[in-house]
Design a protein around this ligand. Structure first.
Ligand code: IPM
Ligand code: MG
Length: 363
């Protein structure tokens, strides 16, 4: 029996489309070699959607996403849309997609591949074997809090306002995801906030503590101020297993954790909501407009995001494993896009990297 899945593919802006072209090769390979059938809906998001629909995420696109088992996204944004109004900027399309799909838990693994250990700017002994999972709250906090805006104070001054706000249910549900995942990994959670200066951080700490006591006291929990966490990530990253944190701190800490691994070009992410809903899968890196269209982009983060979709939304963990080990093989064979290029390796283009991956899958 052929299993059937519906995917929405949103290539987006910058290097998004060229990375997504390599994901399509993997999808085609799965179609041809496994008893799997994929119906693909392709649409625009971000600047590409703004150019086509006048908004960075059209209602009809959102409907397709809701009707899919998973959404695979490239990246959004670029200087072309710098002067577009805030609510129509490419990033606003992504934020709306996360919010409307209810994707409150963003999983950002930072994994150091042995073959890439020299790509890290940190000493190899600090990052070897690193395997951190950041669980970032994704639909609340200062990204969405009201009031927000820029006010004219009438005296030649203006005031910019954003609101950091969390309610208990938002903290508990993302906390639950983090503790659950920790049980399947190193059984340790660091919860990060700024309880020393922010009431929302104090509430975060209290609610995580209560949740831990009530449901997860077999998991080791440590609280850490977010600024200290940034420092500890560089000082001694292997102390971390799962880090759970709010939307803004998660945005920042996940970039820091990502760079421990040497290249943003390697890191996937999954955004999940309530168990039965479709997830959104996207690379951690941005749209890199400076290298777009030149065949220099590393497609592996987007391909690994697709692997996460197979694992978390389609329940195809064997296929996810196969893709992940094919990525290891390609790296071990020394094929490298410019972002991860090293002495003695062969530099390959975006498309050549995709082809190499298919070859590794075939073996
Ligand atoms: C990310 C990005 C986004 C964010 C932008 C593109 C809106 O930086 O996914 O980390 O800030 O969440
Ligand atoms: Mg970010």
């Amino acid at each position: 029996m052929t299993k059937k899945y519906t995917l929405t593919i949103l290539p987006g802006d910058g290097i998004g489309p060229e990375a997504m072209a390599e994901v399509r090769k993997v999808i085609d390979w799965l179609k041809n070699n496994k008893a799997l059938s994929f119906t693909l809906h392709e649409d625009d998001i971000g600047g590409a959607a703004y150019d086509r629909y006048g908004v960075p995420l059209a209602d009809e696109t959102l409907e397709k996403c809701h009707a899919s088992d998973a959404v695979i996204m490239g990246s959004v944004g670029g200087p072309k849309w710098d002067n577009v109004d805030y609510d129509k900027r490419p990033e606003a399309g992504l934020l709306r997609l996360r919010k409307e799909m209810g994707l409150f838990a963003n999983l950002r693994p930072a994994l150091v591949f042995d073959a890439l250990i020299d790509a890290s700017t940190l000493k190899p002994e600090i990052v070897k074997g690193l395997d951190i999972l950041i669980v970032r709250e994704l639909t609340g906090g200062v990204y969405f809090g009201e009031p927000r805006g820029i006010e004219d104070l009438g005296n030649g001054q203006r005031r910019g306002i954003n609101t950091q706000v969390y309610e208990t249910y938002e903290i508990e549900r993302v906390g639950r995801v983090a503790f659950d995942l920790a049980r399947k990994r190193g059984n340790k959670v660091h919860s990060c906030e700024k309880a020393n200066v922010m009431e929302s951080g104090k509430l975060w700490r209290e609610d995580i503590t209560a949740l831990h006591q009530a449901e997860f006291n077999d998991v080791t929990l440590e609280h850490m101020y977010a600024d200290n966490c940034a420092m500890q990530l560089l000082r001694n990253p292997s102390q971390f297993d799962v880090i759970v944190t709010d939307n803004l701190f998660g945005d920042i800490l996940s970039d820091a954790a990502a760079m421990l691994t040497g290249s943003l070009g390697m890191l996937p992410s999954a955004s999940l909501g309530e168990a039965d809903k479709a997830g959104l899968y996207e690379p951690v890196h941005g749209s890199a407009p400076d290298i777009a269209g030149q065949g220099k982009a590393n497609p592996l983060a987007t391909i690994l995001s697709f692997a996460m979709a197979l694992r978390y939304s389609l329940d195809l963990s064997n296929e996810a494993d196969a893709i992940e080990s094919a990525v290891q093989d390609v790296l071990n064979n020394g094929q490298r896009t410019p972002d991860i290029m090293a002495d003695g390796c062969t530099e390959v283009s975006t498309a050549q990297m995709g082809d190499a991956l298919i070859k590794a899958l075939e073996q």
